[in-house]
Design a protein around this ligand. Structure first.
Ligand SMILES: O=P(O)(O)OC[C@H]1O[C@H](OP(=O)(O)OP(=O)(O)O)[C@H](O)[C@@H]1O
Ligand SMILES: Nc1ncnc2[nH]cnc12
Length: 180
């Protein structure tokens, strides 16, 4: 199932604050740089407020995906007064973890969450900046489910539709502020 539509004014604001960088991090990739968005406090606040409006009262935690998902996810968790769960690159978290490898638009990665990070049945919204192939988000949702979470949905700032990320997330609620 797909999520609701973002308000038009917020979508326009966000689109105006994302910069295209050709050939980063490797030749042939058109990189979506959220630097200008993060530098605009009104745009950042509007993104957080939009997430809080949709999720307050329906989630117990926000999970953010390293690295850029930490920024938006932590802001949202703070705004809603709930805890934040980091989904990290493998090798960064202490203690027992659950890990999985996956393919990216420009390489491969391995992510991890801590065993015991959440009480079984905890409702979690997963947050990231970009949904591209969907490999990262699908892996993060699967990991969180393995440690007992119930995934309420995935929120991203930008979806790169041509890379088909939603097909990796069939059956999940996916909300994107902008679609490129
Ligand atoms: O949908 P996918 O094809 O999986 O790609 C999306 C992921 O790629 C980027 O992260 P990256 O792995 O580059 O890490 P970073 O945020 O640490 O730069 C982005 O922030 C998403 O997490
Ligand atoms: N083209 C892209 N721009 C920014 N982040 C990404 N993550 C995966 N593909 C990306």
């Amino acid at each position: 199932m797909s999520g609701a539509q973002a308000p038009d004014a917020l979508r326009s604001l966000v689109e105006s604050r994302i910069r295209d960088v050709q050939d980063f991090p490797t030749p042939g990739i058109l990189f979506k740089d959220i630097g200008p968005l993060l530098a605009d406090p009104e745009a950042f606040a509007a993104i957080v407020a939009d997430g809080a409006r949709r999720h307050t009262g329906r989630v117990d935690f926000v999970a953010g995906i390293e690295a850029r998902g930490f920024i938006f996810g932590a802001g949202l968790a703070h705004a809603m007064g709930v805890g934040f769960i980091p989904v990290r690159k493998a090798g960064k978290l202490p203690g027992p973890t659950v890990e999985v490898s996956y393919d990216l638009e420009y390489g491969q990665a391995r992510i991890a969450v801590q065993e015991g990070a959440v009480a079984p049945g905890s409702r979690i919204v997963v947050v990231d900046d970009v949904l591209a192939t969907g490999g990262t988000a699908a892996a993060a949702c699967a990991l969180l489910e393995l440690v007992g979470a119930e995934i309420v949905g995935l929120d991203v700032v930008m979806e790169l539709a041509a890379l088909g990320g939603r097909s990796a997330l069939v059956g999940r609620e996916v909300y994107s502020l902008t679609v490129a």
